[in-house]
Structures are given as structure tokens and as C-alpha cells.
Ligand binder design. Sequence first.
Ligand SMILES: Cc1ncc(COP(=O)(O)O)c(C=O)c1O
Length: 419
Amino acid sequence: MIGFQREGASLVCDGVPLDRIAAAEGTPLYVYSAATIAARYRAIDEAFAGCPHRIHYALKANSTLAILRLLRSLGSSADANSIGEIDVAMRAGFTPAQIVFTGVGKTPAELARAIDLGVRTVNVESEGEIERIEALSRERGTRTRIAIRVNPDVDARTHPHISTGLKTNKFGIPIGDVPALSARTRGRDLVEIVGLHAHIGSQITDVAPLVNAARALVDLARALSAAGATIEHLDIGGGLGVSYDGAPVPGAADYAAAVLPILRESGVSIVLEPGRHVIAPAGALVTRVVDVKEAGAESADRAPRFFAVMDAGMTELIRPMLYHAFHRIEPVVRTNAPLVSTDIVGPLCESSDTLGRDRIVPKPEPGELYAVLDTGAYGSVMASNYNRRLLPAEVLVEDGAWRVIRRRQTLDDVLALEV
Ligand SMILES: Cc1ncc(COP(=O)(O)O)c(C=O)c1O
């Protein structure tokens, strides 16, 4: 059994007890399962095997070098959202030809560097951006391959903060404007539209919006091709969700079964940009109870409730505070203490600094370890130094052993930037 499982009273990662890892490496600590990353990557690859495709793993979900190297070794390409992510991808061994560059606000400096490197495609967000790319390409005497990020006006039915495919969202070019834009761009020698791109949101747990976006891309590609454009690929973005609460959600095979019959009509290759679906269930944040306090009772007849104050909070994992995201939170070693309702809270001076509310757990005691599950995506990458807290260490469990893939930050690391 791979991933995070209970063996007796203990939570293990790929068979290695989390309490053993935490004793050696300290907390808060991100722990990742290499076997889970590999299995989830391969599941997508196999699900889309019936169609020429490339998987460009979205670095924004988690871009620790060792994880990128693992994904590259499995055959992945990369989706970068900033020049920092492009450079990190290259340090992990990806070539520019394996990188697509996405992002709603690419600066001229970022575009210039991406063009100089020769990334596979730049996914463009506006006609203004195409003009900026043309000007930079002219200065360099080069031709840049672009894909149009289309805004298909499809509701992803996810949290509004991570919904990106509605016409009211800031992303992409309205789908109705693309044929005229493509006609204006055709025949220009500095940019070449080689693809169409849509990414309608993240944590999508209903394939219907993804099907609608695929349909919109295929119909648009057909219209552009009829008008003389040469579309080489359709980039269907990322977005496929995961189950944070254990309820069933569509997997890679369901997604592929729903969109492939439509995508195949286009006759072109497919690009996927999955992030969360690959990496979220492969990570857990391990955190230690610092203090336990009884919560003030709203009424005298209510059972006592507790706060477990942890050594991790919004600085290590901001998803619960930013999106009201739910994560399962479990004791690393289950005790026989009576079950109590507990708010699992962080140590920061914010009432929103709550990892989970009203969790029924064995009455917690200071020193005990808890694991916040499914935190491989948008966890460590969104961590901050607020309250002068230090970024947690990260370890990768592989073949029954673990290794530190990012050491814990020190105060000297932080202060090195200050003069
Ligand atoms: C353009 C683009 N591609 C891919 C992704 C990855 O999305 P996810 O992690 O939901 O698969 C994102 C994330 O929002 C994105 O903005």
C-alpha cells in the first residue's frame, strides 16, 4: 500500500512511520510519497494513451526540485507561471522545449527571457501581449510560437477564488474574439499561433465543465483551421480535483473517458497541465501539538470543546484560511483517550489561523503529532514568513527510506536579504 495509511495505531507514508520521520527531522514538516506521485502521474498518462499527448506538470502546485526531477524522470514536461518557475524547471533538468509559459501578467522582462530561451509555447492572455511578443521577437530576429489562452465562459463549479473560465474572470481572451484575432495574426512572421489553451479553474470535481471547455476548444480549432490557421495542439489546462474528505470524485480515467472522444475529433495532439491531481494526495503536513486549551462554552449544557494549538498554521498551509478548504487532520499515533470536539488551530495571532474546526479526535495532549492530509499541492509553495516564522523542511519518502529534499529555513536565510 502506497501513500498515507494507518498501520495499527500509526500513520505511515509508504510504510515508514510518520512519528519516526518527525522525531528525526522536527516539525512542522512536509512529507511526500514518491510512489504516490509516480502512480498518479502514470494514471493520467495511461488514461490519455489513446491520443497523442504531453503532460506539462503545473509547477505552481509544488515545485520543490526533487519532486520536479522525479516527475521529469517519469516523462513529464513542465508548465511554468513565472520566470522563476521556468528557471527552477530548467534547474530540475527540463529543457526549454519541454516548458510552456502561462500567466496572466507576464512582464516584458519575463517574455524576453522566455523568448530567448526558446520555450515550447507562450500561452498568451491578450492581444496586447501578442503585440509585446511581436516587438520582442522583432528585436531578436526570431519567431515565437504562441497558444491563445481562450476564455470559454464555462463555469467550473469550484470555489470562486480558483474559478478562471468565466467571462467575468481576468483570464484569457473571450472565445468569441479569437477568430478575428487569429485572422489579424495570420501571415505575420514574428508570432505563430500553434495552439489553443483553456484552463477553467482548479479543484474541479465534476467533469461536465471540463467537457464543455474541451468542446469549445475543438469547435474553435475547427473554425480557425477552416479559415487557414495551423493549430498543432489543444492545451486543456489542469484543474482535475481530488477528494479532500474521502467522498468519491472523478479520477484521471473518468476525465479522459469524458473528454477524449471530443478531443480526438480535432485530430491534433493534446497538452495537459495537471498540478493538484498529481501531487495533492502525495503530501502531508506533520505538526506537533504545542498547547491544549478548553474553549469557552456557548451554553452550560454543551460538551467541552478544545483548541489544539499546533506548531503549524496559516504560514505553513494557507488553504483552509484562503479558500475555507477542508483537509482531513489525523493523530499520527492514535491514542485511546476519549473522543472530543477540537479546533486544530495554528500559533499565529489571527483567529482565521485555524486548520480544521470541530474535529472529533482523541483528546489531544501537548507533544502529540498530527498529520494534515492531502497537502502536497498548494501547501509548501504558498508558505510564508509571516510572524518571522521559518519555512518548514520537506522530505521525500522513496523505497522505504526518506531524505530531506528541502532543509528547514533558518533565520539567517531570511535575514540574508536585509541590509
Ligand atoms: C494555467 C494553469 N494551468 C494549470 C494549473 C494547474 O491547475 P491544477 O493544480 O488545478 O491542476 C493552473 C492552476 O491554477 C493554471 O492556472
